[in-house]
Design a protein around this ligand. Structure first.
Ligand code: GLU
Length: 418
């Protein structure tokens, strides 16, 4: 499959191969798991506001479903392609297995810049995309969720489109929905909260104090902004944040609630808000800080800048932010890496809670969600740490190997059909 062969997909496969090699994974299984189980490419004609029809390309890739329905977000971004979606789907498989959720991995995407569409155009694009991927999705088959460029409104339109097709309200078909249609308390900030929970464990492990901790965060979308807020509430000093246009730095700590208010409500460009000094994204990555959280797109920390990083802990809020070469450089430098499939798993963990509540039609309190999230993600952190110490390997390899092993067990036990 030629279209799969992109940079990000090769990166995900190389990472998988390294883990598969280290764990002596069965060769036949290796052949299967380095490819997605099912990939769908769709054309999405959309009537634009000026009357002309524009055709967008969309994807839904299910990497694996041996352990349960496949699960993963939908990304709207101009750079989306089949290889990237397939890489993200593969990471979802390992992520769900590592957290012990009864899910396989999937991902979807549309090649579009959502910021350039009107609300009407966005709704028509979403509904047509949902109609095109309809045969693949469903509460027992494949359950989408938000990702870069999508939000609860987009999920509501997908839920409605699916429900219209089958003739009744199906809440469990997507997660990350508004509360009024079966969304869960605590889903909105779940990824950021998870990043903070695992960072707290890493600080404890390294015998560092939260009160002396400084944090720099790349990306100020759903993951970055909630991570910033919850880090501050937990007692850390958030000294820098950024979005794609650049960032802000304040050595005394940024006033995150005020920053968020002006960013969200007044839509002021981040680097122009006078709560700190403007810095570039590259400068942010190289700041002297305790914790660096890349919470934007993949492959931001590369062979070119990794040696300049000055953080003690790298907590990967984004999927795939660190290239293989950068990973080696950081490991040599002694940076403690909390890998993406562990650090950002809070999102899919609370998605799982949302889906359970939807299918049982029984809803939980906010405290239940937070406690259960902390319980699951903290145990996953300690299992990974234990594995890495026992097997003398990195946190990333430990996380990948434990995830892959659970998927492999499921495949071996189910056997090959026919
Ligand atoms: N898009 C998020 C991720 O990459 C959440 C996926 C989900 O909740 O299914 O983990």
């Amino acid at each position: 499959m030629n279209e799969l062969d992109t940079h990000t997909f090769r990166f995900a496969v190389a990472q998988f191969n390294e883990a598969a090699e280290a764990m002596h994974l069965d060769g036949n299984l290796r052949e299967r798991l380095k490819l997605p189980q099912r990939s769908l490419i769709v054309s999405i004609p959309v009537k634009m506001d000026d009357g002309h029809v524009e055709v967008f390309t969309g994807y839904r890739v299910q990497h694996d479903s041996a352990r349960g329905p496949s699960k993963g977000g939908i990304r709207y971004h101009p750079h989306v392609n089949l290889g990237e979606v397939a890489a993200l789907a593969m990471w979802m498989t390992w992520k769900c297995a590592l957290a012990d959720l009864p899910y396989g991995g999937a991902k979807g995407g549309v090649k579009v810049d959502p910021k350039k569409l009107s609300r009407g155009e966005l709704q028509r694009l979403t509904r047509r995309y949902a109609a095109e991927i309809f045969p693949l999705i469903g509460p027992d088959k494949d359950v989408p969720a938000p990702d870069v460029g999508t939000d609860q409104q987009v999920m509501a339109w997908i839920m409605d489109t699916y429900s219209q097709q089958v003739g009744y309200a199906v809440q469990g078909v997507v997660t990350g929905k508004p509360l009024s249609i079966g969304g869960s308390l605590g889903r909105e900030d779940a990824t950021g909260r998870g990043v903070v929970y695992v960072t707290l464990e890493a600080l404890r492990h390294l015998k560092l104090d939260m009160a002396d901790t400084t944090v720099a965060i790349q990306g100020f979308g759903n993951v970055g902004s909630h991570t910033a807020l919850i880090m501050q509430q937990a007692g850390a000093r958030v000294i820098a944040v950024s979005d794609e246009s650049g960032g802000l730095y304040n050595s005394k700590g940024l006033d995150i609630p005020e920053l968020l208010r002006r960013y969200r409500e007044h839509r002021e460009p981040l680097r122009e808000i006078k709560l700190g000094e403007p810095i570039t994204n590259e400068e942010l990555l190289q700041l002297d800080c305790t914790v660096l959280v890349p919470a934007a797109l993949s492959e931001q920390i590369t062979g070119a800048n990794a040696s300049k990083l000055r953080c003690r802990i790298l907590a990967e809020g984004a999927n795939g932010p660190t290239t293989l070469e950068a990973d080696r450089i950081l490991t040599e430098k002694g940076v403690f890496i909390i890998p993406d499939i562990l650090a950002n798993s809070g999102g899919v963990i609370v998605s799982y809670f949302e889906w359970v509540q939807d299918v049982q039609r029984f809803f939980w309190k906010a405290k239940d969600i937070q406690d259960r999230l902390q319980d699951i993600i903290t145990s996953a952190f300690h299992r990974t740490l234990h594995f890495s110490v026992e097997k003398h390997t990195t946190m990333r390899m430990a996380a990948l190997m434990s995830g892959i092993d659970k998927v492999a067990q499921a495949h071996l036990q189910r056997g090959l059909y026919p």
